[in-house]
Design a protein around this ligand. Structure first.
Ligand code: ADP
Length: 477
């Protein structure tokens, strides 16, 4: 049958013991596992099957016709080794379909099987335990970190109350500490959320809340920075959304917050829009669709898939330039999924990005009556009274080096930059510098080189160099 020594027959190295025997009970083939477990060599071939399973065949010495022809349930038997010691097995017998008169026995060592499954179970439990310990550790540590950070923050705030009695350098240092504490707070909260979500211990806290007030609050948190950067901001909310809805206000706000801060972080010129629509209404549930668009740096097609992974930032240079832990989007994705929706992203490099998500919220009986079935969405423009189309064109022109809009914008950003430098607010100066860099992307080489020199001077926080390079750039423009 070509199944002897050195055969490539796939059962040869199977973990299960496999034996073949004929109608007379004479063994014609055994695989490696059978040879090893039964402690025979090749000489097991030629022996009688009852040498291995004496109990099964003792009544029917020669009658193997009784062996079933198809699959049958495994039987618990005792297999004997050459030295007459024995062990329990789970065995199946069948007649070979392709070779009549040939029977096959497949047997597993029960003790070994049990041992293995116990071991697998133990490894699984240990892994689970380790995961739990890790999540708990992360949750505890981050929780504990809050106390000292709050302590530092409280004291700094107290010191800042007596700012008049302070020299400029001390004041600057204290403000820096205050800002660092704020950043640390954000990171701690993110890690805490992340570890809870990972451990499946996160619960939403839905309750009735005023939807537009929540949006206004979220907007108010970002509006200063948006205006400061000279960006446009538009918010459109469908009137089909009731005044009050039931949902986790804090978490919906958190997701929006995250998308808006990213939009703000990665947009130097143009606008940010937030649109909210009602996409479905079934009994006491509504599906809301949120869309946050920006005209910022955009994301490469190839990098899009990496976006929602934890700790992932599109590329290292971006994280160096803009900071961040890369947890935000992953948390948003998980939160949105908990709220019954999903996050999508559309983006084009250098053109902008749109992050959208849908969630299901509740609507109480008392609020149902007040909901219009239809209605026209109204855009609430901020900072600009022009229509969206006009703005589109204006933003397009701002980007084009040499246009009137571009010139005006450059001047505006340059004067803001120099003001920040005068006040030694280097972080803000860097922000305006990034805008200037983007506004001069299409500029001639000499301008671009001057921009680069100014940028380096700002990074080095070198006041004299900045004024020198600023003059140089200003003359070129
Ligand atoms: P982080 O907390 O570091 O900002 P996120 O998970 O929020 O992390 O974002 C991960 C990365 O996704 C960012 O570092 C950036 O590369 C990219 N990204 C997110 N939002 C935008 C956007 N609006 N425009 C361009 N890139 C974005």
């Amino acid at each position: 049958m070509g199944m002897g020594e050195g055969s490539i027959f796939p059962v040869e190295d199977a973990l299960e013991m496999i034996l073949m025997f004929d109608g007379e009970g004479v063994i014609s083939y055994v695989n490696n596992a059978a040879k090893k477990k039964l402690e025979y060599g090749d000489d097991l071939c030629g022996r009688h099957i009852k040498d291995v399973f004496p109990n099964l065949f003792k009544d029917r010495e020669k009658d193997f016709e009784a062996v079933p022809q198809g699959d049958e349930a495994p039987r618990n038997l005792v297999a004997y080794r050459r030295n007459m010691t024995c062990f329990p097995v789970e065995a199946r017998f069948m007649g070979s379909k392709s070779c009549p008169g040939v029977y096959i026995c497949m047997a597993n060592d029960i003790l070994e099987k049990e041992f293995l499954s116990r071991e697998i179970e133990q490894v699984r439990q240990e892994a689970q335990e380790a995961q739990k310990v890790k999540s708990e550790f992360v949750a505890n540590v981050t929780h504990e970190l809050r106390t000292p950070v709050n302590g530092i923050l409280g004291n700094v705030k107290e010191l800042l109350d007596h700012a008049d009695a302070m020299d400029a350098q001390t004041l600057k240092s204290l403000k820096l500490i205050e800002r660092c504490c704020g950043d640390m707070h954000k990171i701690i909260n993110n890690v805490l959320d992340f570890s809870k979500l990972e451990a499946g211990k996160f619960t939403l806290e839905p309750r009735r809340f005023h939807f537009r007030n929540m949006l206004d609050y979220v907007r108010s948190k970002h509006i200063n920075k948006i205006t400061e950067k000279g960006l446009g901001f538009f918010m459109t909310v469908s009137p089909q959304i009731p005044e009050y809805i039931i949902g986790d206000e804090l978490r919906i706000g958190q997701v929006l917050d995250n998308f808006l801060s990213n939009a703000l972080k990665f947009t130097a010129v143009g606008k940010i829009t937030l649109e909210v629509l009602r996409t479905a209404w079934v009994n006491d549930k509504m599906e809301l669709f949120f869309m946050v668009s920006d005209s910022g740096i955009g994301i490469d097609k190839a990098d899009k898939d990496k976006l929602f992974q934890s700790f992932s930032q599109v590329d290292a240079s971006i994280s160096r330039k803009y900071g961040g832990t890369g947890l935000g989007l992953n948390i948003c994705k998980q939160l949105v999924e908990l709220m019954g929706g999903r996050v999508e992203v559309e983006s084009e490099k250098n053109k902008g990005s749109t992050f959208s998500f849908s969630i299901w919220v509740g609507i109480s009986e008392e609020d149902k009556g007040a909901v219009p079935a239809q209605g026209e969405a109204k855009t609430i423009p901020l900072f600009s009274a022009q229509s969206m189309e006009e703005d589109e064109e204006r933003f397009e022109n701002i980007r084009k080096f040499g246009t009137q809009e571009n010139k005006e914008n450059l001047q505006k950003n340059l004067s803001k930059l120099i003001l920040c430098v005068e006040m030694e607010n280097w972080e803000k100066a860097e922000m305006f510098m990034e805008t200037i860099r983007q506004l001069t992307e299409e500029a001639p080489q000499d301008v671009k080189r001057a921009v680069l020199r100014l940028k380096m001077a700002i990074q080095k926080e070198n006041y004299d160099k900045v004024t020198e390079n600023y003059e140089e750039l200003n003359n070129l423009l």
